[in-house]
Design a protein around this ligand. Structure first.
Ligand code: HSE
Length: 430
């Protein structure tokens, strides 16, 4: 590699803009640690005039990111646009084919096209680094690829979406409803660019689970349909009831090998307030890795926001500047396993079911009879009447039951006129 390293940054949203400032202000430190001088030769964004936290040198600006690669010899390209396809995919593919190293926080792109892009990087003898795509500032991918390299990992799980964790914690702390708290999360730059839905429906955490699985189990990034639920249906009411039960709602991503089959899920969980995971609050992420011989490793840190994300992007940069060409997925794509999916119907959990009902005789027994029919055994019932409106909230905690029963027990209540809305279901962990 030349002594002066030409760098381009495409995408100047909150992350790209923060990264640019870090690159500009940390040139000396980068040289001290790697012996390499970096030079930013080009940047690109849709709108040059947008108000940004840090000023952008207009002389470096390109509207079309693909023009950058035509006009400059770029050694390392940062992609911070954030699409799973479109221009993000195009610029990354073009760069890799050109022999340009790529660094990206784009989990949508890597979880969807990571196998092919890694193959392309290998073929062209360049790095494709995506530490920032999972758990923001926590160096978890590097920990799996390097620090835990020879462990046999059986499970990786944790809190992988900072926006959701922030929203759940803020609702509990401030007693505010979901939409108000979401607005604040967006202002803080936690939510995915342009589309907070991806944070709230579990997609963002799921993309991270897929990337973690590949690295943890030496397998191809999976494409199976999986159980994916976000926090959209969680109401302040659920958070308050959980609190009374000494529980907390957390959105967990879980990837596990069960009988050598891959089980990947994302869904809200009720966890004990006394547990470790129950105390990871705010924008914090936590990843727990179970492996042999290491045992259980826990990594915790800020999982979203321009600062933590840039921290991971710069660690990728330094990794490239320091050394050898690495396989993006730890081993060559041609040697990765294709794991079969575990049957989600066999997933077993206790359930929290919240029913909003008309307060009249026979309603509770209608619910319990239906549950009994599906062999869902009740562990606990809490009923809170709303006298003024002749309504009541009934919360049932079940004994452990399979996912198949769990699906059935939701659909069986659909046509009951005494049940005023679709029940809220949250699985209990453990
Ligand atoms: N939007 C993501 C989150 C941050 O809230 O965790 C980047 O991964």
């Amino acid at each position: 590699m030349n002594k002066i390293i030409n760098i381009a940054v495409v995408g100047l949203g909150q992350v790209g803009n923060y990264l640019l400032n870090e690159l500009n202000t940390k040139k000396k430190e980068i040289e001290l640690k790697t012996g390499k001088k970096i030079k930013i030769v080009a940047v690109s964004a849709r709108n040059i005039n947008k108000k940004r936290q840090f000023k952008v040198d207009k002389k470096l600006f390109y509207k079309n990111p693909l023009d950058i690669l035509k006009k400059h010899q770029v050694d390392i390209l940062f992609e911070a646009i954030g699409q799973s396809d479109g221009v993000s995919k195009k610029i990354v593919e073009t760069a890799l084919k050109n022999g340009t190293h790529v660094v990206t926080p784009n989990k949508a792109l890597i979880s969807k096209h990571g196998n092919d892009l890694s193959k392309l990087a290998e073929k062209n003898n360049v790095n494709l680094e995506f530490e920032a795509s999972v758990a923001g500032g926590i160096p978890v991918l590097r920990a799996i690829k390097e620090g835990l390299a020879t462990n046999k990992i059986s499970k990786v799980y944790g809190i992988l979406n900072g926006t959701s964790n922030y929203i759940l914690s803020e609702m509990e702390n401030s007693n505010k409803n979901f939409p108000d708290v979401l607005k604040k999360a967006q202002q803080l730059g936690y939510a995915e660019p342009g589309n907070p839905k991806l944070d709230l429906n579990g997609f963002d955490a799921f993309a991270k689970v897929r990337i973690l699985s590949a690295l943890a189990f030496n397998s191809k990034i999976s494409k199976h349909k999986c159980l994916m639920e976000g926090i959209e249906k969680i109401e302040l009411k659920d958070i308050k009831i959980a609190n009374q039960l000494d529980l907390r709602v957390k959105l967990l991503g879980i990837s596990e090998l069960k009988n050598n089959q891959l089980f990947e899920t994302v869904h809200p969980c009720l966890v004990s307030k006394k547990s470790y995971i129950g105390n990871v609050n705010g924008v914090m992420n936590a990843v727990i890795i179970e492996g042999k011989p290491v045992g259980e490793s826990v990594l915790q840190g800020e999982g979203a926001g321009p600062g933590p994300t840039s921290s991971a992007l710069l660690s990728d940069l330094l990794s490239i500047l320091r050394g050898n060409i690495k396989k993006p997925l730890g081993v060559s794509v041609s040697k990765l396993k294709s794991l079969k999916p575990y049957n989600v119907n066999n997933y077993v959990n206790s359930l929290y079911l919240r029913f909003e009902v008309k307060d009249k005789s026979g309603v509770l027994s209608q619910i319990t009879n239906r549950l009994a029919k599906y062999k869902i055994s009740i562990k606990r019932i809490i009923q809170t009447p709303d006298k003024k409106n002749d309504k009541a909230t009934i919360v049932i905690i079940s004994h452990k039951t399979s996912e198949l029963n769990c699906n059935n027990c939701l659909s069986i209540f659909k046509n009951n006129k005494n049940i005023l809305k679709t029940p809220t279901l949250i699985r209990l962990l453990g």
